[in-house]
Structures are given as C-alpha cells and as structure tokens.
Design a protein around this ligand. Sequence first.
Ligand code: ARG
Length: 457
Amino acid sequence: MKLWAGRFQKEIDQKTNDFNSSISFDSRMYREDIEGSIAHATMLGECGIIAKEESARICEGLRAICQDIESGKLAIDPQAEDIHTFIEGELTARLGDSGKRLHTARSRNDQVALDVRLYLRKECTTLANQLKELIEVLCQKALAHKSDVMPGYTHLQRAQPITFGHHLLAYAEMFLRDVGRLQDAAKRMDSMPLGSCALAGTTYPLNRERTAQLLGFSSVTQNSLDGVADRDFCVELACAISLSMVHLSRFSEEIILWCSWEFKFVELDDAFSTGSSIMPQKKNPDIAELVRGKSGRVFGDLMTLLTMMKGLPLAYNKDMQEDKEAIFDAVDTLRMCLTAFIPMVDTMKVLPENMRRAAAKGFINATDCADYLVEAKGLPFRDAYKITGTLVARCIEENQTLETLPLSEYKEICPAFDEGVYEAISLDRCVNNRKVLGGPAPENVQAQANRLLSLLK
Ligand code: ARG
C-alpha cells in the first residue's frame, strides 16, 4: 500500500513500481533515516506538536527497527518505494496510530535532503581519514628515500635531478589539498534542511534549531525552497572526489611506468600485482591500472549530477532521486581505490640503483654545468647555456656523458673550464644544493615530510 493511497483508486503498475522505486540504492541510508526521524520526533514532542509519550514511543520504535535491521531480523522490502516509506510503514505496522504521527510537519523531500547530508557527512570523514593515511605512508617513504637521486622529468624526458622522496611528497601535497576540499564540502553540508517540508515550510511551530542540535548540525537551511532543491553538496563532493581520482590516476600512471623494465624504479609486492594467464614472465600492475581506469566513472558521476540539476525548476523534482546512485558510486569508488592503493604503495619495493643509473644517463646535470660557468667563471647564463649545449652534442656524438668527458675536451669548447666542473656536476651535489624552499634537497624533503606529518596530527 502506497503512502498516497487516499488519492488513488488503483495499485501502481508493477514494472512502474520497479522503475519508480529507489529502495535498491537508498536502503543504505536506513541508519541516517532513523536518526533523522528520532530527532524530528523528539523535537515534535518537546514543542508539544505531538504528545511527549507518543514521541517517546516513536523513538523507541525506531531504535527497535534499527536493531532489527542490523541483526537481520527485519529484512528491507525490495518492493518498498524508498527507505523513508519502508521505515515509516514498518513503524506504523508496529505502533499503529503513534507511527502515523511521525510524519507531522515533514515531507520526504526534506527528509531525503537530510538523509543524504547525514550519510555523506560521514563519508567525507572516512575518505579524509583514508587520504591522511596515504599522506602518512608517502611521508614515511619519502623520509626513507630522501637522498635517493632520480631523474625529474618534463615531457617525460629526463630533465633535472631530484630525489625520490621529493617526488613522493609532490603527491602528498595533492592529497593534502584533497583533504581540505573534503573538509570544505563537509562544511557546506553542515546545514539542516528539515522543516522545509515539501517546499513551503509549515504552519506548525517547529524548533528547527533543536532538530539541528540533536543531529549535530551547526546551522539550519535558511530558505525552504533551497532546503529541498539544493544538491550543491553532492556536486561539490563529486568534484572533490574527482580531483582525488585525478591525483590517484596520475600517480598510478607513474607507478605503471616505474614497474616497466624500461624504468624498473619500483617493484610491486606480489600481494598487489597480478600475473598473466599465458605469459609466465609477467607481473602486472593491475591495481594501479584499475585505479587509473576507475577515475573515468567518477568523472561520469560528476557529469551525471551536473546534468541532472541544470534544468530543474524549483523545488524538488523526481529527477533528483538520481543523485544517490551517482554520488554513492563516486564515494564508493574512491574508498575502494584508496583501500587497494595505500597498501600497494606502502609495500612497493623501491630500487634506488636503477633510479640513479637513469639519472646518470640523461644529461640531467647540464643546467648545473651551465650554472658552474656562471658562478665559478663569471660567464653570462646565455653563453654558459650555449657552451653546455655544444658539450652535450659532443658527448652524444662520442657516446660519453658529462661525467666521463675528459677535461681537455671541455677546454676545447671553453677554456674557462677546470677540474672543478666534475664536482659541480656530480648528481649528489646537484641535488644537495637545491635547497631553495620547496626544492628536492634531502634536508628539504625531511623538513617537508615532517611538516606534513605534524599537519596530520
Ligand atoms: N525517493 C525520493 C528521492 O530519493 C524521495 C521521495 C520524494 N519523492 C517525492 N515524490 N516527493 O529523491
């Protein structure tokens, strides 16, 4: 029997019921729905809108329903229209008339706006905690590899020497911003919509602040139309999650490259890799590839939400029922990705010798060679740049590196060179001297990692 049975002469068509129903994806909010109803009933009782005893009976009944769902004693009916209808119907079946009083001065429109906020608010915390865990793993790894030299890249071409620790901390910064974005999204979710009712508020003398206080919200929504029509908080959260997925996806791409024999900068633990069904030698970074792949569906979720909202007149429209599958999928996907990704990064074996070998081959100290001519020999940078370019061309021709090229050949190209050049272009020196704030020197990496770790506390 539907909530609106009075107005209708027939039962809803079965297939239409399936189409209309949201229970298959909103039943996960049963706790939030019950929590919201308990707060509402409590406030109704305190304000004298329903009798105190009735309010107490409703709250007790709702707690019992929650327990029964949790213990498996009460199964959620897949035929119900949505979780709100199911719980109210169950309450009424148990309590009779008292149950029927719960929905006084409330609509499912403000009820669902509340439930989704309550649900997502918890998820924001869970996701932020996972991201913090990832940052911590990155900091610990960065400290362990603060002096391991690797090539830094632009255009995926070896560019200048950095440290592996520095590279990892670049991701730690991204994930720290992601934590901030989740916290921001949670802030704007922190407004309680009950009392907006269907769209136009109510004539009952509700104490909305009291309901907000009972539910731990720091404010109430200020316009009843906006209270039920707003899904900005879903879009904002989907944006924040999308950016996290961008970061995870870029990191995954690098891990995939690093695992290849062409790089071999890292090796994933067996527990976080997969084999091939035909090629016995293969060890594949499937987890990183899946994370990279799953970023696409999350961007799709964001697009779903934006497109769903863009043409909707105020206030509630049924289109908005589509918000849940999209935002829940985004939340679930990021959570699952982080659950697999964090231990994968934590356990991956770093191969610093291979990083150093790659760093020694790519003329990544050419800028430092030019800087040497500027600092030690007083040449203008443009001249120093050109001389170094000529040196690099000569090295390539002769299959040499700047480290192996004899001083006599340096002098042929520019007589100002002396023995000091070899010290100036040594990879360790090049990295150790990059002490500018934000640079890759080991002492910087250590300070940056410690700063991040203390921010997490
Ligand atoms: N199940 C609906 C949703 O998820 C809430 C119910 C409001 N529906 C309505 N026809 N007024 O958005």
